[in-house]
Design a protein around this ligand. Structure first.
Ligand SMILES: *Cc1c(COP(=O)(O)O)cnc(C)c1O
Length: 469
């Protein structure tokens, strides 16, 4: 190729179509097979994966061959988009969001500032506003799409810090329980709040924060000269699905004059289901709320969201200008004035596309179904001889352990062995957690692909694993 040809990176329309169709062919085949794929791919040969490392390509290759290479790697993974994925906190990855990513990448509009693509940024603003309304936040709230729940919580801590501490970070103390997601303490440190200023508040038997203990911890810190500024509660913990008493924590926070952030990365979207609102009572009064569309809206990984009750608090953290940028908009939603990023992808489009494709009614139905499936499965698992249901599902996650006369260590080993046996069968994937020294198995129903038959398979595999190796 001549230097002129080498420099030309454009694909002609026929090549664009061929590349798109090559990708689509493989995607259609992948999705058609995902229901039957083993719940965990071949992960037992890490050396083979290390051996895939390769030097930088000086010269190009046909895109079809590259797609084949990628799709050959896809199965070596947890089957996170499969119906048997009941591990961690699933979501599944609805296809309309994948189409949105494809379109966003191909059209490559700049959506960091309103002025650069106002008709498109409005679509992101709408998607955020629909979430605001769905969560019962007032007009005047502001929001932000983030890469995930972790960064949503980080932005919330920045808001609370800016509002209550200003530059005096070391006096500030914040409050969590030992059931808070590990990203909360990590985010706090990213926000300049070191672990020695993160207080762990006692919980009740159901692993929910005790509001009286929160009250006492705040008072003790005040008396010692600290500046309590933030409590982070959980609308569904990752370990066992426990929902903190959000309303009572909101009362304590209001009385103490501190910020109340609710981590709803797992559970907040259940607020769409009217019958679950009492479980989440108080969520709508939070000062800020982490949502994870890549969990509860079933999107592919890559999108979290934050709502901040007083939108000015979010803008106070992130507002900035520069002579080379269009003027910041106050009348319109300007993403760069609400978050740390300037250039970024177009997260609003994938949320908008999914919400518009399905409508809230279908989301409500799907979430209600996941809750019902978890309730049914928990009842069945509780009836399996030798299994103890420790934490019934408040939303769609429950936890159990395998009983053993040998005591806690034997029970922990038996529980881990049971999970391994279930996963080895390949129909479903379950993961565990250790809660105060006890290893529990977890079932989290939150993939849109998980229906009654898959949950029944989980129950059957947990039961038949009792028969022995
Ligand atoms: C998943 C999760 C997080 C972290 O969210 P990411 O999207 O993985 O960054 C935080 N809190 C809870 C309760 C979660 O379930």
């Amino acid at each position: 190729m001549s230097p002129d040809d080498l420099a030309d990176l454009e694909l002609d329309p026929a090549a664009v179509r061929a590349a798109g169709e090559a990708a689509l062919d493989r995607i259609v085949a992948h999705l058609a097979a995902v229901g039957d794929a083993p719940s965990v791919g071949p992960l037992d040969d890490p050396a083979a994966c290390h051996a895939l490392a390769e030097p930088a390509p000086e010269h190009g290759a046909p895109i079809e061959a590259l797609l084949d290479e990628v799709f050959a790697r896809v199965p070596r993974a947890y089957t996170t988009n499969g119906p048997g994925y009941l591990a961690f906190v699933p979501g599944g990855g609805v296809f309309p969001a994948a189409i949105a990513d494809f379109v966003a990448g191909a059209t490559n509009r700049f959506t960091g500032v309103w002025a650069a693509a106002p008709a498109l940024v409005q679509l992101e603003a709408d998607a955020l506003d629909w979430l605001r309304v769905a969560m019962g936040f007032p007009a005047g709230a502001a929001g932000l799409f983030t890469p995930g729940g972790s960064t949503a919580t980080w932005n919330a801590i920045l808001c609370a810090r800016e509002r209550h501490l200003g530059p005096e970070l070391r006096r500030g103390t914040m409050y969590v329980t030992d059931q808070a997601h590990h990203s909360v303490v990590k985010s706090a440190k990213l926000a300049g709040i070191y672990p020695d200023r993160v207080r762990v508040v006692d919980t009740d038997a159901a692993l929910r924060m005790r509001p009286d203990a929160l009250d006492a911890a705040i008072a003790a810190d005040r008396a010692a000269g600290f500046a309590p500024f933030l409590v982070v509660s959980s609308a569904g913990t990752t370990n066992t699905g426990a929902v903190d008493p959000l309303d009572a924590i909101g009362d304590v926070a209001a009385r103490a004059g501190i910020w109340h952030h609710v981590d709803g990365a797992y559970g907040a979207f259940f607020h769409l289901v009217p019958s679950l609102r009492p479980t989440l009572a108080g969520l709508s009064r939070a000062d800020s709320l982490t949502l994870d569309p890549h969990k509860g809206l079933f999107l592919p990984y890559g999108t979290g969201a934050l709502l901040v009750r007083d939108g000015a608090a979010l803008r106070a953290v992130h507002a900035a200008g520069a002579s080379y940028l269009p003027d910041a908009q106050t009348a319109a939603y300007d993403p760069a004035q609400h978050g740390p990023d300037l250039s970024r992808g177009f997260p609003g489009l994938r949320v908008w596309m999914a919400l518009k494709t399905y409508g809230f009614a279908r989301y409500r139905a799907a979430l209600a179904e996941k809750h019902a499936l978890a309730g049914w499965a928990a009842g069945e698992v509780a009836r399996i001889p030798g299994i103890v249901l420790d934490h019934p599902p408040a939303l769609s996650l429950f936890a159990f352990h395998v009983a053993d006369p040998g005591g806690l260590a034997a029970e922990n080993a038996a529980t881990a062995a049971r999970l391994a046996a279930v996963n080895a069968r390949g129909r479903v994937m379950l993961t565990g957690a250790t809660v105060r020294g006890r290893h529990v198995g977890r079932v989290c129903v939150l993939s849109f692909r998980t229906r009654r038959a898959h949950v029944a398979a989980a129950v059957a595999d947990l039961a038949s694993a009792t028969i022995g190796p």
